[in-house]
Design a binder for this molecule. Structure first.
Ligand SMILES: NC(=O)c1ccc[n+]([C@@H]2O[C@H](COP(=O)([O-])OP(=O)(O)OC[C@H]3O[C@@H](n4cnc5c(N)ncnc54)[C@H](O)[C@@H]3O)[C@@H](O)[C@H]2O)c1
Ligand SMILES: O=C(O)CC[C@@H](O)C(=O)O
Length: 398
């Protein structure tokens, strides 16, 4: 039997996803030495020593800011994620967050919790106490959505269906995302325009250098008094000190977020959830199944689908002998790779090469078995980051 592929699992992953990596071919768990790949949710991998044996990292979710993507690119290691697989779960929680703020549900629940239900005047206490929690309706209010990707588009659509006006901002919106939006969604030209115009502002951007403290002291004052700010992206997307100051001055109505932090803990107008956005049975399964399938297709066939740092590259298998090469996107790589193969007497049956930014990736199917010497020769070409030999079932040499 061929050696099983080893997957280091750093977080709780839905069993439905793990079942896509059958025990016959895979060994997956939390204590795997020299893994071929890592399966992760939110575990912070930045300070982790990632063994040289790792060929891929798969994030069962959307955000990859917990993974050293740049360092992995330099090693020719793709980082996969699960675009859209948890977007509906987040959308539903954002709607819940808006309702919690608009209807003062946290305070109302606390009030009920503290009632003396044995008291004869219970009904009277309820009726007189409830006025403290009178709220307002979402219909007719304006929601500003910053980031119109998988989550932002669903939130915009749901808000329109709830009768809200929606204003969206995304300088890099994809054509597919734009097509998916209801025609009523208005386009904003900047974050500032969204902040100025909306009663609710919700953030759905990745945490990268350009989005760190997207909402900060400089622009939080642009918001209308009483605005509700929702952050289900990442803690670092807002400057918590600026949020605290705006809450204290009464300028910001509520801050609803998915990321507990020391500065805003227990503030009366902060509604904070324990990173629950993607925690539904459905989202956990969707994410785990999507990335497990992507991972196995990469490990077994070299195909790349949904990597955040590599082009998408797939090629149907017509030969038992495949070589997968990750390389820098510089001139003459293909020439050098095919020369190394020709010199070894290998006939190229099929080949595909794609690039994305600085990275390029090549799959080559040849008609006969590939020796370690050819692989070493290709690996020695300047700019080649990784080389893998992927003989198919019947062609497996080990
Ligand atoms: N709370 C949770 O559990 C949870 C779950 C899923 C996603 N998230 C977070 O939400 C983020 C978005 O998720 P998604 O699935 O919608 O991702 P996505 O990649 O589909 O969408 C992100 C969008 O943000 C846009 N964007 C990037 N920079 C921007 C900027 N400066 N201004 C405006 N738009 C900008 C991009 O063009 C893209 O359209 C993730 O990166 C993750 O950090 C959190
Ligand atoms: O795995 C989770 O629970 C959170 C995932 C979420 O933050 C994401 O970026 O998809």
């Amino acid at each position: 039997m061929a050696e099983r592929l080893k997957i280091l699992v750093l977080n709780q992953i839905s069993p439905k996803g793990l079942a896509r990596l059958p025990a016959e071919h895979y060994i997956a768990g939390p204590d795997i030495a020299l893994p071929d790949a890592v399966l992760v949710r939110s575990a912070d991998m930045h300070k982790m020593e990632i063994p040289a044996s790792v060929r891929a990292i798969a994030r069962a979710g959307a955000g990859t800011n917990n993974i050293p993507v740049e360092a992995m690119s330099a090693r020719g290691v793709p980082v996969f994620n699960a675009p859209g697989a948890n977007a509906n779960a987040v959308k539903e929680l954002v709607i819940a967050g808006m309702l919690m703020a608009a209807r003062q549900l946290s305070g109302a629940l606390r009030f009920v919790d503290e009632l003396d239900t044995a008291h004869a005047d219970l009904d009277k206490t309820v009726e007189s106490g409830k006025s403290a929690f009178a709220g307002f309706e979402l219909a007719g209010q304006t929601l500003g959505v910053v980031g119109l990707g998988k989550v932002g588009c669903l939130v915009a659509d749901a808000a329109i269906k709830l009768g809200m006006n929606v204003l969206g901002y995304d300088p890099e919106i994809t054509v597919d995302a734009a097509w998916s939006l209801p025609s009523q969604v208005k386009k904003a030209a900047s974050v500032a325009e969204v902040l100025r115009s909306a009663h609710f502002v919700t953030l759905h951007v990745p945490l990268v250098q350009a989005t760190r403290h997207l909402v900060k002291a400089d622009n939080i004052g642009l918001m209308r008094p009483g605005t509700v700010l929702l952050n289900f992206s990442r803690d670092g997307v807002v400057d918590n000190a600026a949020v605290l100051a705006a809450l204290s001055s009464g300028h910001l109505g509520h801050y609803v977020c998915d990321f507990p932090n020391a500065q805003l803990h227990r503030h009366a107008r902060v509604i904070c959830l324990p990173h629950l956005g993607a925690c539904t049975r459905e989202a956990e399964e969707n994410c785990a199944v999507m990335v497990a399938d992507q991972l196995s297709d990469f490990l077994e066939n070299g195909n790349i689908v949904n990597a955040v740092n590599f082009p998408g590259v797939t090629m149907a298998r017509e030969s038992a002998y495949r070589v997968a090469i990750a390389n820098a996107n510089v001139p003459n790589m293909l020439g050098q790779i095919s020369t190394a193969m020709a010199q070894a007497g290998l006939n190229i049956h099929n080949m595909v090469n794609k690039s994305r930014g600085d990275m390029a990736y090549t799959l080559v199917d040849v008609d006969s078995a590939v020796t370690g010497t050819v692989l070493d020769d290709i690996g020695a070409i300047e700019g080649v980051l990784s080389v893998r030999y992927l003989p198919h079932a019947s062609g497996r040499s080990n």
